[in-house]
Design a protein around this ligand. Structure first.
Ligand SMILES: Nc1ncnc2c1ncn2[C@@H]1O[C@H](COP(=O)(O)OP(=O)(O)O)[C@@H](O)[C@H]1O
Ligand SMILES: [Mg+2]
Length: 400
């Protein structure tokens, strides 16, 4: 046995799963799989004694006693070996607990052996969900219709894609299955065929994903479904989870364009996000709704994910009675992370030509405003070259 061989212990009472897993690792020189034919609650130190490099625990994350057993194991292992959980049951509460327990990864049955192997390799390399080497998920939620959510999500994706500090590959996932605009805005053909995997999400693997991705000339990938205005599309949470799991396994950055409607899978997406941005506008109804949205997010996902609010079409109305920056700050508190200039000409031209904003004007105010929020460390405008927005802000401060 080569020195580099890694030992993985699989705890499972599922005969088929054990057999499939054994077969998957049989030909590998890198990994040796040992199995323990027990339920997680029956374990009595087998794992601690096994001196292994990683543990796979096949359990039902919806059962409290199994979660408690998992908790004991994580405590006793003290981080010596990463734990990968395979679970049958999948709900938001289970995900929250698994995230809290800092398991290195979790997969939902049914899963392909390819997924299992890939996840094991990642976990062994120390690239669990908790590490930053894992893909970063940026989720954009609109506070109302037409606030510019898609515009800002796409531009963020380009900034990440071209970023020198945030890794290379980036994929946009358009979760507006009914009326998505991501592909359209970039003049791409949407290729995500939900009907093909609707009833068997496990069919969605790397190969199928590849076929369903639309690729922009810049290398940016977009996962978007063709819009069918007359169809009411509802699809189950498994498909969404499966899709995001797969996309985040292959891309450094994932940017999600969320719909306005709150779906049963919304909570799961929020829980899986590293950064959450709510896009809103400077009107009273919009800001009030943003407040309610922040509240709803706290009520469903707790303090796990902080909602950051971007105010689009931000304007310094110093001389009239409209909403002012001070009002925005008062209503949103520290959720407010920045404003984006109103630039109708720029955005309109980009959309009509089907090109990203920076192709119309690489130095546009909208681009610099957004970069300051998304990639503060790479802010090209720097402290010297300030935009009108900054100027207005400091003027306002002085006059206040
Ligand atoms: N900063 C901006 N300045 C001017 N127009 C904008 C700006 N951001 C977005 N728009 C325009 O607003 C409209 C709605 O944008 P879109 O991104 O599709 O919003 P949403 O996804 O929230 O429905 C589009 O016509 C877009 O060109
Ligand atoms: Mg949109």
């Amino acid at each position: 046995m080569a020195n580099s061989t890694k030992r993985i212990v699989l705890v499972s009472t599922d005969k088929t799963f054990v057999q499939d897993s054994k077969a998957a690792f049989a030909s590998s020189d890198l990994i040796r799989l040992a199995t323990v034919d027990k339920n997680v609650v029956e374990l009595r130190g087998e794992i601690q004694e096994a001196d292994c490099d990683a543990v796979i625990i096949d359990m039902d994350a919806a059962k409290l006693e199994e979660i408690e057993a998992l908790q004991r194991i994580t405590r006793r292992l003290e981080g010596r070996a990463p734990i990968l959980v395979v679970t049958q049951e999948f709900n938001a509460a289970a995900v929250r607990i698994l995230v809290q327990l800092q398991v290195a990864d979790f997969l939902v049955k049914p899963l392909t052996t390819a997924d299992l192997v890939r996840s094991c390799l990642r976990v062994l390399q120390g690239k669990g969900r908790e590490q930053n080497s894992e893909s970063q998920i940026y989720t954009f939620m609109p506070a109302a219709g037409g606030v510019g959510c898609t515009t800002l999500a796409l531009q963020t994706a380009f900034q990440l894609h071209h970023s020198v500090t945030r890794g290379a590959s980036t994929c946009v996932v358009d979760l507006n299955f009914q009326q998505g605009a991501c592909a359209e805005y970039l003049d791409l053909e949407p290729r995500f065929d939900i009907t093909e995997i609707e009833n068997q999400p496990e069919r969605l693997d790397r190969q199928l994903l590849d076929v369903m991705l639309s690729k922009h000339a810049s290398g940016l990938c977009v996962l978007a479904a063709p819009t069918r205005p007359s169809e009411m599309r509802s699809f189950n949470a498994d498909v969404v989870v499966r899709m995001l799991d797969l996309v985040s396994a292959y891309f450094d950055n994932v940017v999600i364009d969320m719909p306005r409607t709150w779906f049963p899978w919304t909570e799961t997406v929020l829980l899986g996000s590293n950064k959450l941005y709510i896009v809103t506008e400077m009107t009273v109804p919009c800001l009030r709704h943003t407040q309610r949205l922040i509240q709803a997010i706290y009520e469903t996902v707790g303090k796990e994910v902080k909602p950051n609010v971007i105010v689009n079409r931000f304007e310094q109305r110093m001389f009239d009675n409209g909403v002012k920056q001070a009002d925005v700050e008062e209503i949103l508190g520290d959720h407010f992370v920045g404003g984006i200039s109103n630039n109708y000409r720029l955005v309109r031209e980009a959309v009509d030509r089907g090109v990203p904003l920076h192709e119309v004007d690489a130095n546009a105010n909208v681009i610099n405003d957004l970069k300051r929020i998304i990639l503060p460390e790479e802010d090209v405008a720097g402290p010297k070259k300030r935009s009108f927005l900054d100027l207005g802000r400091s003027l306002w401060r002085k006059s206040a």
